[in-house]
Design a binder for this molecule. Structure first.
Ligand SMILES: [Zn+2]
Ligand SMILES: [Zn+2]
Length: 330
């Protein structure tokens, strides 16, 4: 099947609503800049309009609807996370059953019919399992790159209406409601895997799992996050000594596989040194080759190198593998 054009709707900053919303972002950013400048000059309080305060989450101004992230499941058996700004509700991946998705959304106070979109990172079943059923039952658009759509459409996404098959180019950012989505390529053995930077209300969430390795470019991008979901897939000793066939072990540890606890801890340290990120959720832990304790221990050891204490200086938690996790409010 031919890519993009025949599969659904293509988006981009040139022809999509992303472009239309840009002036609004600029206006709001300007309002906040003005407010900060006046404050610096001692003219406080000069408050921007309520909308701008909500949008950019300025310190000292009450924010009615914060940006929320909650993982619903995270691991080799299934991946799904909710990002919500109170009016736009996104799922990042939908690798869970329809029943579990409905239960998790209700638990988060959101009706499945209110979902704004499902963003897919890549076509592996643990990320896509429930997407087709959720999208078709509740009329929710699914966003994925052209190559991921080709890979998904053969068996994983068959019921979703054409109007809800949205194709994006990972080189372009786009908007869903007021939430800015910036996809970026990641090294993994899938058709066209991506991670996401989610930007809303002046807060930035980086979502990055299923990566064979990270590099300086990745760290530079991720370091500016307020909250980061970072893969911590396996403990190298458990993988080595485990029962997986040699080829699968090589795949997992390979350049297009997954991040080990130590890879993840090293990446975390790079992000802390290079930027402002202080809150991490370790995700996509392997059922057979890892434990939350080992993942946290690796992070703690890395942080200790910098004289940082976990829980005091840096917040690190592990996303539960099969149940909804903590609700993070930004
Ligand atoms: Zn994968
Ligand atoms: Zn996965």
């Amino acid at each position: 099947m031919a890519p993009a054009q025949t599969m659904g709707i293509c988006i981009g900053t040139a022809n999509g609503y992303g472009g239309a919303l840009r002036p609004l972002v600029r206006r709001r950013a300007l309002a906040v800049w003005r407010w900060r400048w006046y404050n610096l000059q001692g003219f406080a309080p000069v408050l921007p309009k309520k909308g701008a305060a909500q949008w950019l989450n300025i310190e000292g101004i009450s924010v009615d609807m914060p940006l929320i992230l909650q993982t619903f499941c995270s691991g080799s058996d299934g991946n799904c996370a909710l990002v919500s700004d109170g009016s736009t509700h996104l799922l990042i991946d939908a690798g869970l059953t329809l029943k579990n998705a409905e239960a998790a959304l209700h638990g988060a106070g959101i009706s499945p019919g209110e979902l704004s979109a499902i963003l897919i990172t890549h076509e592996h079943t643990d990320h896509v399992r429930g997407a087709d059923l959720i999208a078709s039952r509740y009329d929710v658009p699914i966003y994925a790159t052209g190559a991921t759509w080709v890979a998904m459409e053969t068996r994983l996404v068959t019921r979703t209406a054409a109007k809800n098959r949205i194709v994006f180019d990972k080189a372009d950012d786009f908007y869903i409601g007021d939430i800015n989505v910036q996809p970026f390529g990641i090294p993994h053995d899938a058709a066209d895997p991506v991670g996401y930077v989610i930007f809303s209300k002046g807060r930035r969430i980086v979502f990055a799992t299923d990566m064979g390795y990270t590099n300086e470019r990745f760290v530079k991008r991720a370091a500016q996050a307020d909250l980061m979901v970072l893969e911590s897939n396996y403990d190298p000793d458990m993988l080595r000594d485990g029962r997986y066939p040699a080829a699968l072990k090589a795949r997992i540890a390979g350049r297009k596989g997954h991040l080990s606890n130590q890879d993840s801890a090293g990446t975390m340290l790079g992000c802390i040194r290079g930027g402002q990120v202080r809150r991490f959720i370790l995700g996509h832990l392997s059922r057979n080759n890892n434990t939350p304790q080992l993942a946290l221990r690796a992070s703690m050891a890395a942080l200790a190198q910098e004289g940082l204490r976990m829980g005091m200086d840096i917040d690190v938690t592990v996303a539960p593998r099969t149940t909804p996790g903590e609700r993070f409010v930004l």
